[in-house]
Design a protein around this ligand. Structure first.
Ligand code: SF4
Length: 167
């Protein structure tokens, strides 16, 4: 029987970093809660943009920030570092794609408070196509009975599943 898991922004982000991470997250296998990088992420998430921060749940979307821009809504995604910028960008593009499917036009802002940086993200046709393909790939992945084997990559040392993969 197929797993009816809905693709979420955090699965898109995890998949881009490491498909095994996405599979584990899709099974709600809890990462190591004591992982210092997870704790740091939570702290930054709580403290940054305090006045503006309004985590919004919109169906399967969990948006960090939302505000009215000059022309359209602006969706913000807060990250502790720009090292996984590509994955964060795809996560934000996924939100814009899903909102567009609901008939809501928006643009995105990637926010790196520790680096005092932000980056505008606009959904174009190529990115929209890429998101469609990623959603299909994630759906196929989470329907696999077993996760892909661990594959050492530069994210492993800071990954909350490191103990599960490499202990
Ligand atoms: S520790 Fe490495 S292989 Fe394991 S889930 Fe994390 S990134 Fe993937």
């Amino acid at each position: 029987m197929k797993n009816e898991i809905r693709v979420t922004g955090s699965l898109v982000q995890a998949y881009t970093v490491c498909p095994r991470q996405a599979w584990l997250a899709s099974r709600q296998i809890c990462p190591d809660e004591d992982n210092v990088y997870l704790a740091l992420g939570r702290l930054i998430d709580q403290q940054s943009y305090g006045r503006e921060k309004k985590e919004i749940r919109l169906g399967h979307l969990c948006l960090d920030l939302i505000r009215r821009g000059k022309k359209q809504l602006v969706i913000g995604e807060v990250k502790k570092s720009s090292r996984a910028r590509e994955a964060a960008k795809l996560q934000l593009a996924f939100y814009l794609h899903e909102l567009a499917e609901m008939g809501i036009e928006a643009e995105g802002e990637l926010l790196f408070p520790e680096e005092r940086r932000k980056e505008r993200v606009l959904l174009d046709e190529a990115m929209s196509q890429q998101i469609t393909e990623i959603k299909e790939a994630i759906t196929a992945l989470v329907n696999e009975k077993q996760p892909p084997p661990p594959n050492k990559n530069r994210r492993c040392p800071k990954c909350a599943y490191a103990e599960l993969c490499w202990a």
